[in-house]
Design a protein around this ligand. Sequence first.
Ligand code: ZN
Length: 115
Amino acid sequence: MTDSPRGEVDYETVTRPKASAAVPTRTCVGCRRKGARSELLRVAMVGDELVPDLPARLPGRGAWVHLEQDCLALAVRRRALPRALRVSGPLDVTAVEEQIEVLTTVHLGSGSKKP
Ligand SMILES: [Zn+2]
């Protein structure tokens, strides 16, 4: 009798569908390029304010922008955010700017090695 519990695990791995096919992509309103959902930040309107929607759970319209100040700046210059969010007038992107700043700083600082 050979009863190996590992056999089950192997079988499951083999029959599993490719995970890459299920990765959701979003289009950045700044550079208009597509990226994995994890690479972009959702922004949405709460009242009259544009806010970063990190968990992407806010109801209503949302727009996606890369976690890069350049992309946010591009989106502002193109007035892509008010268009995507169906609002009029310029939007204050300070909160989003700060969120990107925080996220990119954390990302860069995650490595303990510094040159
Ligand atoms: Zn972008």
